[in-house]
Design a protein around this ligand. Structure first.
Ligand code: F3S
Length: 95
């Protein structure tokens, strides 16, 4: 008879609240709430990282970034505030 130990469902470092392990090695991440997008197109007009899809809503090309670049202007211009920028080091929402 074998005595298998049960494995945790998630790795331990992911289960610990406040774990300092970053989500990725990039400084910033974009959190686009696409379901809230009304398709105004301001983000795509201001940043090459954004484009309009056939359904009339925007999508982002690169989510994890070394620098914000024009994504900051894109987020600030969104009339429904559905583009959020996350500082991965502090884990704070910048916009
Ligand atoms: Fe949509 Fe906001 Fe861009 S409404 S098209 S995500 S500026």
């Amino acid at each position: 008879m074998t005595n298998h130990k049960k494995r945790p469902l998630v790795p331990l470092y992911m289960a610990i609240k406040g774990c300092p392990t970053p989500r990725n090695d990039k400084d910033f991440s974009i959190d686009h709430h696409r379901d809230e997008c009304i398709g105004c197109g301001a983000c795509a007009a201001l940043s090459e990282n954004w484009f309009m899809e056939d359904d009339g809503k925007a999508s982002v090309k690169v989510v994890d970034l070394d620098s914000l670049g024009e994504n900051k202007e894109a987020a600030e211009s969104c009339p429904v505030n559905c583009i959020h920028l996350i500082d991965n080091k502090s884990k704070k929402k910048l916009i």
